[in-house]
Design a protein around this ligand. Structure first.
Ligand SMILES: [Zn+2]
Length: 366
């Protein structure tokens, strides 16, 4: 099986504003990463970190986040308000159930429950990071290829699909592919103040119809992916996390102790972070590099450390009242700024015009 990251960046004509598409494709892996003694940490998406390649710590300022704003996609507002709303493509179950290799494949109800469970892992003990299935109100939709403003957001905030590599070329040879769009605009943190970085507006998680999956974690099937574990990993990408085992040079931690909870300063989430080249072997965000596949449905303390850096929590946790105090200008985000952005949507022609692009492919057995 294969794991891929792809990211593209293209400046617009003015060279000031930029739009981005980030794609992350993965197959979940439980890599037993034997680098001797381990320190733990997390890695944020690399796409946004090209400005100062010799100073990875500075790249923390450029990370993309979902904004903590009230409202829902029903009112064209995208962010953590009313939960991260997700929609499941209507043919998701009919396409993926035949791909399960279990003796008794899951039902569609079980799959939907598993989707909610996988997402909810990322919301544990967090006041504002929740996930809501809005499939009955909102159809999953990919940005139409060639659409000039894909960052406007199509479908729900997170959409889930099962597609063929022919229909979704990013999937070629890969088990799943997650991409997100973001604006070059500071997101709002849980405290109601802007945080550094970019603002995610939509994410798409696409499973390949050429992969195989298993349902029962007690009966792993060689060469297949545990569905819930793989999805939990992909959701981590949709939140802007990357693979620690692939990018140890950009792995962050708050100290040198092993396996302890990271203490993230909610007022200044980059404050206590420092680079640590040893990675967490238990992180669900580790990728497959050709080794054993398996089941991991629980996040490690460093997965949660990365989450808390992206979506920092203060002792006095955000409340609905705080949410209501978000700058009203945010509500116009879908209209403002976007007209000046230039699109890159992953086709060969446009990629060849890109100022920068990177592509990674990782192959593994299965
Ligand atoms: Zn991945």
């Amino acid at each position: 099986m294969v794991d891929r990251q792809e990211r593209q960046m293209l400046d617009n004509q003015s060279g000031r504003n930029r739009s981005f598409r980030v794609g992350l494709c993965c197959i979940l892996a439980l890599i037993f990463w034997l680098w001797g003694a381990v320190a733990y940490g997390f890695v944020i998406d690399e796409t946004l970190t090209n400005n100062t390649p010799n100073n990875p710590a500075d790249d923390l300022q450029d990370v993309a986040r979902w904004s903590n704003v009230p409202g829902s996609v029903a009112s064209n507002i995208r962010g953590l308000g009313e939960g991260l709303e997700y929609a499941i493509a209507p043919d998701f179950c009919s396409r993926i159930i035949p791909l399960f290799a279990d003796t008794k494949p899951p039902t569609c109800d079980q799959i939907q429950t598993s989707i909610q469970t996988a997402m909810a892992h990322w919301g544990q003990d967090h006041p504002s990071l929740t996930f809501k299935n809005v499939t009955s109100q909102r159809s999953a939709q990919l940005p139409p290829q060639g659409d000039p403003e894909p960052w406007r957001g199509f479908g729900a905030e997170i959409d889930l699909f099962v597609l063929s590599p022919q229909d979704y070329p990013f999937l070629a040879d890969f088990g799943a592919y997650t991409s997100f769009w973001y604006l070059n605009e500071n997101p709002i943190g849980l405290q109601g103040r802007p945080l550094p970085g970019k603002t995610i507006t939509s994410a798409d998680i696409v499973f390949s119809n050429q992969a195989c999956y298993f349902w029962d974690p007690r009966k792993p099937i060689q060469g297949c992916n545990h569905f819930e574990s793989l999805l939990a990993h992909e959701v981590g990408h949709a939140l802007s996390l990357d693979h620690p085992n692939e990018f140890p040079q950009r792995n962050f931690d708050t100290d040198n102790r092993l396996g302890n909870v990271m203490s993230i300063d909610c007022q200044n989430p980059t404050k206590s972070l420092k680079l640590s080249t040893r990675i967490d072997p238990q992180a669900i965000m580790n990728s497959s590099l050709g080794q054993s596949l398996g089941t991991q449905t629980q996040l490690s303390v460093d997965d949660l450390g990365g989450r808390n850096f992206l979506y920092p929590i203060c002792q006095a946790r955000a409340t609905a009242k705080q949410l209501s105090q978000r700058p009203p200008s945010w509500q116009l985000f879908g209209v403002l700024l976007l007209g000046s952005f230039t699109i890159v949507f992953g086709t060969t022609t446009l990629m060849q015009q890109g100022d920068k692009r990177r592509r990674r492919r990782y192959k593994s057995g299965g």
